[in-house]
Design a protein around this ligand. Structure first.
Ligand code: GAR
Length: 223
């Protein structure tokens, strides 16, 4: 399925998506009929399979290779220049596995969102599923949040929780979480593009949405 052509709606918000790898979240976004124009997909790795997914959907792709830069600052400067050439309203980190400098994050304050495979603030960083299994938690999940200077922290937009099963491996747990990532990430971007999200003075995401006060995921199931 090809993404909608650029000229469909001039008032539409424009987004740029950054990836590093497989691009399954990118695919979920491209297949979600988002109310925005996807101006470009940028990867820090030329071999990222996600670039091919973007091309198949007719999206412009760019590579800003981190290894051709001597330090984070010069990489982030080239990355920012590349992003700014598309004048996006939102920058989406969809499996972008580089730590960004405080200057980069500040430049895109409240315009930069990330998906992370854990229920933040638990398990920031890498190997989230392995660590959750090692700790024996019964509920795990994923988070979409605004990016701040603190890696994998920032105002939370939406989370999904999944049960951890007795015979889970990091791979089976990752697959269960990833399925939910593909659901909540398009939702978060849709809310942003439709102007449904605002931030409170103390840095929390405010939105008028249906809440579910009687709803609980209990894991394992009770008798
Ligand atoms: C996803 O699980 C995403 O949550 C994670 O990388 C994976 C990318 O998969 N991101 C992070 O860990 C960021 N801290 P994908 O390339 O198939 O979308």
């Amino acid at each position: 399925m090809k993404h909608k052509p650029e000229s469909v709606n001039v008032s539409m918000k424009s987004i740029v998506i950054l990836i590093s790898g497989l691009g399954s979240n990118l695919r979920a976004l491209l297949e979600s009929d988002l109310p925005c124009r996807i101006a470009a997909v940028i990867s820090n790795r030329a071999a990222a399979p996600g670039l091919e997914i973007a091309k198949q959907h007719g999206i412009t792709t760019r590579v800003v290779a981190h290894h051709s830069h001597p330090d984070r600052e010069s990489f982030d400067t080239e990355l920012a220049n590349c992003i700014d050439s598309y004048r996006p309203d939102l920058i989406v980190l969809a499996g972008f596995m580089r730590i960004l400098t405080p200057q980069f994050v500040a430049r895109y304050q409240n315009k930069l969102i990330n998906i992370h495979p854990s229920l933040l603030p638990a398990y920031s960083g890498l190997n989230t599923h392995t660590r959750a299994l090692r700790d024996g938690v019964k509920i795990h999940g994923c988070t979409v949040h605004f990016v701040t200077g603190d890696v994998d922290h920032g105002p939370i937009i939406i989370q999904a929780a999944v049960p951890v099963l007795m015979d889970d491996t990091p791979a089976t747990l990752a697959a269960r979480v990833l399925y939910q990532e593909h659901r909540i990430f398009p939702q978060a971007i849709r809310w942003f593009c439709n102007g449904d999200i605002s931030l409170s003075a103390d840095g929390k995401v405010l939105m008028k949405r249906l809440e579910q006060p009687g709803c609980a995921l209990i894991s394992p199931e009770m008798e």
